[in-house]
Write a protein that binds this ligand. Structure first.
Ligand code: ADP
Ligand code: MG
Length: 946
């Protein structure tokens, strides 16, 4: 086992890609790596491919990683080889996860257990199996932070410093490091746990630092029979990402990039050991603690496995590519790998790329505007319509309010009228009584004339005036008009119409009642006039009867006399006279009988009229009681609705307030959204411009290199111009790449915001679904009271829009990344200066660069001064804005106060206004209908005419 032999052992590289973690998913990140099934190959974006010894896609389990990549090393370990497992990658890529750096014994037998616990398990399995060969195991666990070695198995602070000593016989020795002899797997696991926990303590205190420290867990295996000592280093390296340092320099901040010293040294060691061209050159182990500690393992007789951990998220693409390149170098692969994909995957890939291109084109065509914002014309139309609708709704609600007020007042007035009428009736009755009173019938005038006593006279005069007053009173009471005729309604709203109709019916009933009453009164008057006539008639009848009787008697006498006279001719003349008298009497008799029948007819008429009057009177009574009942019902309903309405009014006020707040919120959101959309559009446009610039620069470079190949080696003049164009193009390329990177970062940030918005909206949607019924009920009430329909677009639509937007953003990101990858090629940077062959060319380049630098610096200075000016302007403007805002807010407060006052006034005014019920008061209506029918029937019946 010589050194030469050991060098033949290649460093094996396993690529491990973890799944997208929740944070990346929340930020809308997409997977930018593709894995070819059955091939240890990974493709970045669409064309850059890398091949390794092993490739583990996101679906790979810890078990698979261990059995495939790690366990072959262990067989070597038992044969006396050193072995090393290095986990490399950016922070968060899964190094600690893969190594098992957070292992606790509670996780035993779980599938997520990493490499170290599995190694421990395997070693003790081997030990138990082997039986005969007896070996001792020792462990140590250390951390390298800031080039200091910390003992993780003895973390006390007052320990002597640990140092590295190189022993010519034993190799690297770490003086002062705890090395614990372990006899069982449990003991070893306890060491691992102890170290992990002290590492964790450190990392929680200084989170940023933990990603910059290397942790090395070392198992030393001493086989007594062969006196062989082999070591297994299990290394969790520091995060490979470039550390951005911000440090104050003058009054400006400068960003610099630093790479962890240990990782840099490790890279150099790897490349010195690996690259054929550097064979035999100095290997810089001493540049860092890690490389010194791993000296035995790297380049010695050690089997080394590097697990390169990467994140598949497109937001990490640059770091991922760095890791892939680093791992590639570690594997000493110089030839370019050929992409071997199966045809279906290739087709999918092609289509995916096409879709992506189309999406980018679409985005550019729209000017980076989300689909929601397109079609300003139609949106204007919609706005107009919405405005119109709103004003109409306002008008409608105002009219409804007025209507309900008016109907409420009308009902109130009706009630008053009825009450007044009742009172009036009572009064009239009283007056009637008074009039009927004997005192009124005294002829006081006569008394006055005949009276002597002055005192008595005065009193009688008083009585007389009272009599007059009573008479007058009756006249005025009788002439009291029935009011409430001019309440009419030109109402539109449904329930107001109902109330109006009811009022009208009531009014008609009132009218009919009044008519009937007047009629009855007149009839009664006529009756009283008829009274003397009747008695006269009766008297007449009696006298007529008497005269008829006497006439009959006379007639009989005459007839007898006539018969006796026939015998006696002497009395011929007399008998002639008697016959004439008889004839006369007969005529009188007939007349009398006629008169009598007439009289009796008249009497009958009178009787029927009296009957009619009494019937009418009873009808009027029942109608009146019905009316009173109706009014009571109306009043009850009104009261109910007053309560209902005040409650609803309160609700409406609350809802209005809510609505106002919501409107404000929506407006604010819209404003924010508009602002955000504008920023997004600008960024997208800028990104598109950067994309184009980069594309142009790339194309120009290829043209220039073509030309250069054609006209190589011409005179000084041509050389100068050639160098100039090449150099300027190179600068342009670098600048535009940098710009593209910046825009990429912006785009990623935007996508994060969009993803956040989407998840929020989705949350709302879910919450909305849960209380959908509640909302529907609420909406019903709102629409009933305010007839306001929701004006915002449904959330699901918004989510869809945002998702489209995010898809486009992702496409643009992928497109830009592709370009940056093409421009930022590793080999190009390396061969850049191969273009300069002569001193003349070098001088030329320097001159050009100097000129460019001066131009750039002066331009920067100019820009800075204008920036300062603009900042000054901005400060002025913001000051003015703040003042205006102050004024606005005070005005707003005043406005609010006024509004509240007005609202209160309005409430007081409307106060007892009534509202109509949902369901019409059925008994009242039925009563009304009955009353109306009766009134109509009365009208139709031909009343007796006096
Ligand atoms: P690092 O040590 O490289 O900074 P971690 O090992 O802490 O990264 O991993 C970061 C996160 O990713 C952790 O939450 C870890 O659980 C998760 N993770 C890493 N690799 C995987 C994997 N293969 N499967 C599932 N989750 C993983
Ligand atoms: Mg870690």
């Amino acid at each position: 086992m010589t050194n030469n032999e050991a060098k033949v052992i290649p460093v094996r590289v396993a690529l491990r890609c973890r799944p997208l973690v929740p944070k990346e998913l929340n930020e809308g990140c997409e997977c930018c790596l593709t894995f070819s099934p059955g091939e240890p190959q990974v493709i970045v974006g669409t064309e850059k491919a890398f091949t390794y010894d092993y490739v583990f896609d996101p679906m790979a389990e810890q078990e698979e990683v261990f059995t495939v990549a790690v366990s072959p090393l262990l067989s070597g370990l038992f044969k006396g080889y050193h072995a090393t497992v290095l986990a490399y990658g950016q922070t968060g890529s899964g190094k600690t996860f893969s190594m098992g750096g957070t292992y606790t014994s509670a996780q035993e037998d779980q599938p997520c257990v990493g490499v170290i616990p599995r190694v421990i398990q395997r070693i003790f399995q081997e030990k138990d199996k082997g039986g005969s060969c007896d070996f001792t195991l020792t462990v140590s666990y250390l951390e390298i932070y800031n080039e200091d070695i910390l003992d993780l198995l003895c973390p006390s602070k007052d320990k002597p410093a640990i140092s590295i000593r190189e022993d010519p016989k034993e190799g690297i020795k770490i003086v002062g490091l705890t090395e614990r002899v372990v006899r069982s797997a449990q003991e070893m696991v306890a060491c691992l746990e102890l170290g992990n926990s002290s590492r964790t303590v450190g990392s929680t205190a200084m989170n940023a630092e933990s990603s910059r420290s290397h942790a090395i867990f070392t198992i030393t295996l001493e086989q007594r029979s062969d006196s062989m000592v082999s070591k297994l280093h299990l290394v969790d390296l520091a995060g490979s990402e470039r550390q951005k340092k911000t440090k104050a320099e003058g009054d400006r901040l400068k960003e610099g990039i630093s790479i962890n010293r240990g990782l840099l040294a490790l890279g150099n060691v790897i490349s010195a050991l690996g690259e054929e061209s550097k064979k035999g050159t100095h290997v810089p182990y001493r540049d860092s603690k890690v490389t010194r500690l791993l000296q035995d393992s790297l380049g010695g007789n050690s089997h080394t496995l590097m697990i390169a951990c990467v994140s598949p998220a497109d937001s990490n693409i640059e770091e991922t590519i760095n890791t892939l390149r680093y791992a590639d170098r570690a594997r000493k692969i110089k030839n370019k790998p050929i992409v071997n994909m199966d045809p279906r995957t290739a087709e999918t890939q092609r289509l995916k790329q096409q879709v992506q291109e189309l999406q980018v084109m679409l985005l550019h065509a729209r000017g980076g505007v989300a689909p929601v914002l397109s079609g300003t014309e139609s949106s204007e139309n919609v706005n107009n319509l919405v405005e119109k609708n709103r004003s109409l709704q306002d008008q409608n609600s105002r009219l409804c309010r007025e209507l309900s007020e008016t109907t409420g007042q009308a009902a109130l007035m009706f009630e008053k009228i009825i009450m007044a009428e009742q009172a009036n009736e009572k009064l009239q009755g009283k007056v009637e009584q008074l009039k009927e009173h004997e005192a009124c019938k005294l002829d006081l005038q006569n008394v006055l004339v005949t009276l002597e006593d002055q005192e008595l006279k005065g009193k009688v005069e008083l009585m007389k005036s009272l009599q007059d007053v009573i008479l007058e009173l009756q006249v005025s009471v009788a002439s009291c008009p029935i009011v409430g005729e001019d309440v009419t309604g030109g109402f539109t709203a449904h329930h107001a119409l109902r109330q109006a109709q009811m009022s009208k019916e009531l009014m008609e009933l009132n009218k009919v009642l009044a008519l009937k009453e007047a009629f009855v009164k007149k009839m009664c008057q006529n009756d009283s006039q008829l009274e003397p006539m009747q008695s006269e008639h009766q008297h007449n009848m009696h006298s007529l009867q008497a005269s008829v009787d006497s006439l009959l008697k006379e007639k009989e006498d005459l007839v007898l006399a006539l018969q006796s006279a026939k015998k006696d001719t002497q009395h011929a003349k007399l008998s002639e006279q008697r016959r004439k008298r008889l004839q006369e009497l007969e005529g009188q008799l007939v007349e009398m009988k006629k008169k009598m029948t007439e009289q009796s007819k008249l009497l009958k008429l009178k009787e029927s009229s009296v009957r009619g009057v009494s019937k009418l009177m009873s009808e009027i009574q029942s109608m009146k009681s019905q009316r009173v009942q109706l009014m009571r019902q109306l009043k009850e309903d009104t009261e109910k609705f007053r309560v209902w309405k005040s409650q609803k009014d309160k609700e409406v006020l609350q809802l209005k307030e809510k609505d106002r707040k919501r409107q404000y919120e929506i407006m604010k959101l819209e404003r924010d959204f508009q602002k955000q959309a504008n920023v997004l559009r600008r960024k997208t446009e800028e990104a598109a411009a950067a994309n184009k610039r980069l594309k142009d620069a790339l194309q120009k470079r290829s043209e220039v290199s073509d030309k250069r190949r054609d006209g190589h080696g011409r005179g000084m003049e041509t050389a100068a111009s050639r160098v100039k164009s090449w150099l300027l193009n190179e600068v342009e390329l670098l600048v535009s790449t940098e710009e593209a990177r910046r825009h990429l970062k912006d785009l990623l940030e935007d996508r994060k915001i969009l993803a956040h918005d989407i998840s929020q909206l989705k949350g709302q949607l879910e919450a909305g679904g849960r209380s959908a019924a509640k909302i529907r009920r609420r909406t019903l009430i709102i629409s009933e009271l305010e007839s306001k329909v929701g004006q915002e677009t449904p959330i699901s639509k918004q989510v869809e829009n945002l998702e489209t937007e995010m898809g486009l953003r992702s496409a643009q990101i992928a497109d830009l990344q592709q370009k940056v990858l093409a421009a930022d090629n590793d080999s190009r940077a390396k061969h850049r200066w191969d273009n300069i062959n002569t001193v003349v060319e070098a001088k030329c380049s320097l001159k050009i660069l100097m000129a460019e630098l001066v131009a750039a610096k002066s331009a920067a200075a100019r820009l800075e001064s204008s920036l300062k000016q603009e900042q000054g302007n901005l400060q002025d403007l913001s000051r003015t804005l703040a003042e205006e805002r102050g004024v606005m807010s005070t005005m707003d407060v005043e406005h609010q106060q006024q509004r509240v006052e007005l609202e209160q006034n309005h409430q007081e005014k409307v106060g007892p206004a009534q509202h109509l019920p949902h369901t019409p008061p059925k008994p009242a209506v039925r009563g009304l209908e009955r009353a109306l029918d009766q009134a109509l029937a009365l009208d139709r019946r031909p009343g007796p005419r006096p």
